[in-house]
Design a protein around this ligand. Structure first.
Ligand code: C5P
Length: 219
């Protein structure tokens, strides 16, 4: 089978990471969670008291920041395991500001492109098919209604024992999508040649099977 890259984009809570991990596992590919990279930088910026609207300070911070993703899906920030720390509400609701800066995105894009150089990656994010891997052999855009995405997050939070408020989650998801879609640089957008899969009424297994079938056809 020819080695390819698979780009999966879509709005918050569309199931990208769950599906991308399963597809990568089935193909023996590496899963790259680009959102985790923006989250790690956001976490460090907050910790260092950096203004999230200050592009040059964030750019300087990123220059001296090492972010790595392990094969067992852990996220390391300068060798510290921040896997859980980057999923807090504070980071989630701040990350779109950090991700809006062109200098930050430029550096992240370089790092992400070098991670995918050897192919055999499943990379998920917002601009993978449009900017990071415009030549990816398979491009998927995962969507689902905002109600369904909020419901999934709500159930996920409950199952983890976290507090959950459906209406609040729905509003936060909608706001993050708005910020990600309306930014000037590499906004959240379906690539012209991406295949859109509306997962609102689909099971995870059905989505994974659909993507694997598309990948098989392209190799
Ligand atoms: O995928 P996740 O929800 O963890 O992404 C967190 C945030 O990181 C997104 O809301 C977006 O602001 C940013 N992001 C991005 N480009 C990517 C991946 C994530 O701007 N490729």
């Amino acid at each position: 089978m020819e080695q390819i890259n698979i780009a999966i984009d879509g709005p918050a809570g569309a199931g990208k990471s769950t599906v991308a991990k399963l597809v990568a596992g089935r193909l023996g590919y590496i899963y790259i969670d680009t959102g985790a990279m923006y989250r790690a930088l956001t976490y460090k910026a907050i910790k260092n008291g950096i203004d999230l609207h200050n592009e040059s300070q964030l750019n300087d911070l990123l220059l001296k920041t090492d972010i790595s993703l392990s094969s067992d899906e852990k996220v390391f920030l300068d060798d510290e395991d921040v896997t859980k720390l980057i999923r807090t509400e504070e980071v989630t609701n701040s990350v779109s500001f950090v991700a809006s800066h062109s200098l930050v995105r430029k550096k992240m894009l370089q790092r992400q492109q070098s991670m995918a150089k050897a192919k055999m990656t499943v990379m998920d994010g917002r601009d993978i098919g449009t900017a990071v891997l415009p030549d990816a052999e398979v491009k998927i855009f995962l969507s689902a209604s905002v109600e369904e995405r909020a419901k999934r997050r709500y159930e996920e939070n409950l199952s983890k024992g976290f507090p959950a408020d459906y209406e609040r989650l729905k509003a936060e998801i909608a706001l993050r999508d708005k910020r990600d879609s309306e930014r000037e640089v590499a906004p959240l957008k379906k690539a012209d040649d991406a295949i859109e899969i509306d997962t609102t009424l689909m099971s995870i297994n059905d989505v994974v099977t659909t993507i694997l079938k598309i990948a098989e056809e392209r190799t």
